[in-house]
Design a protein around this ligand. Structure first.
Ligand SMILES: [Zn+2]
Length: 414
């Protein structure tokens, strides 16, 4: 294991964290000035690693280890370079740095396919009200209507692209063709506690959970907190609370995750019976069928609760992502590599968080490796990984590329 290379990656992660718009913390949003600087830095590191660099129509930063045959297919390896507000240093960035470092070490090995490292420019969706902009453009599912979406300062995505040096008219037009791409590989921090509990540095991802998000609304009757008897109320907050408990109970019973993360009592006041409550539901499952069924079951159950309490209930779906299984072939390849590098049994685990692989699955088969992070904390300045684990992840990435080289050779021999 090469600890000096892992040490350098840790240093590079620290360096990238300096490109931030937040005083005393890390916030790097899509198409910001700091984002441009971070990409320049990444391009410099890519060049030092022997890669040819370019930026695509939506600002993704690429670096290529080219095959001698210019028409050769492409293996894509990467993650994202944007962050949430007040973020940690490793979410996304670690996967990009590992990819560059692995290719730097493989400079002298000739591959019959191109290997492209990508830093996707938007995964988190922090600035504009949509996520996975970078990978969607590559995978051919960029929606031109997104260009009109405005950020918190009323700057449209199209304007922000211009400031960044891009032509919004071209956004997504350089999508890749399915037949050109061999696979998409990504290394990412786990963002959960499973690997730490299993005492493993890395783990193989089985798939990315599908998700649905609803805006829910409960309406009752506002009234005086002192004069309306407790049995004669239509209290929207009590209804929402019962619904939240029902959501938790359902998730526990059915082995999925569901969260009420936002709750707003409309014109809430200490001495007024809540007349209207708006809240959200985020629900995820690795199985698309169980996700669909859970949503149907839950919405019915919540309507019944509303009816029993004399409340009206409304729901609106505002986001959904299909569950994406990782390719069996790539899971097995990662598994073989992890077993060889770590000499331990391999942990396979699902991803509850969304990743660029969700969009890239529209283009090609996807394979992901997770790296243990301390206490599963992410999207937070306390996000932390161990240098020893980074060394393991780096060796696995390198070995995975070599395994793909061998598999490609076997395929073309037949
Ligand atoms: Zn991420």
């Amino acid at each position: 294991m090469d600890h000096s290379k892992a040490f350098r990656i840790m240093q590079q992660a620290d360096k990238l964290a300096e490109f931030t718009s937040m005083q005393g913390g890390l916030t790097r949003t899509y198409l910001s000035a700091q984002h441009k600087q971070a990409h320049q830095q990444l391009a410099n590191w890519m060049t030092s690693a022997g890669l040819t660099t370019w930026q695509d129509s939506v600002g993704n930063q690429w670096g290529r280890k080219a095959a001698s045959n210019l028409d050769a297919p492409i293996l894509i390896l990467g993650s994202h370079s944007d962050t949430v507000a007040d973020a940690g240093k490793y979410d996304g960035n670690l996967g990009v740095l590992l990819a560059i470092s692995a290719l730097e070490q493989l400079q002298d090995v000739e591959f019959p396919f191109h290997i492209d490292v990508v830093a996707f420019a938007d995964e988190e969706g922090t600035r504009f009200d949509t996520t996975l902009i970078g990978s969607s453009a590559v995978a051919g599912i960029f929606d031109p209507r997104w260009l009109a979406i405005e950020d918190g300062e009323q700057i449209s995505m199209a304007q922000a692209m211009q400031t960044f040096g891009l032509d919004p008219q071209q956004a997504g037009k350089d999508r890749l063709a399915c037949e050109k791409v061999l696979a998409y590989l990504e290394v990412h921090i786990e963002q959960g506690p499973v690997l730490e509990a299993a005492d493993r540095a890395v783990g193989v991802v089985t798939g990315i959970a599908g998700a649905k998000r609803y805006q829910l609304s409960v309406k009752g009757m506002a009234g005086h907190a002192g004069t309306v008897p407790i049995g004669m109320r239509a209290d929207a907050m009590c209804g929402a609370a019962q619904m939240t408990s029902a959501i938790e109970a359902y998730a526990k019973q059915h082995n999925l995750v569901a969260t009420v993360g936002k709750c707003d009592v409309v014109s809430g006041s200490v001495n007024v019976i809540p007349g209207e409550v708006n809240f959200t539901l985020d629900i995820r499952s690795l199985e698309q069928d169980s996700l669909e069924k859970a949503c149907d079951d839950l919405l019915t159950e919540l309507s019944v609760i509303a009816e029993q309490r004399g409340l009206t209930f409304a729901h609106q779906l505002f986001y959904q992502a299909q569950a994406v299984p990782c390719s069996e072939r790539l899971q097995q390849a990662w598994g073989d590599v992890v077993a060889k590098v770590t000499d331990k049994s391999v942990t396979f685990l699902p991803s509850g968080a969304g990743h660029d692989a969700l969009a890239m699955a529209h283009l090609t088969e996807v394979g992901m490796l997770f790296v243990r992070c301390e206490k599963g904390i992410s999207h937070h300045p306390l996000e932390s990984v161990m240098q020893e684990d980074v060394a393991v992840a780096l060796e696995c990435t390198k070995q995975m590329l070599l395994a793909q080289l061998r598999a490609y050779g076997d395929q073309s021999d037949q």
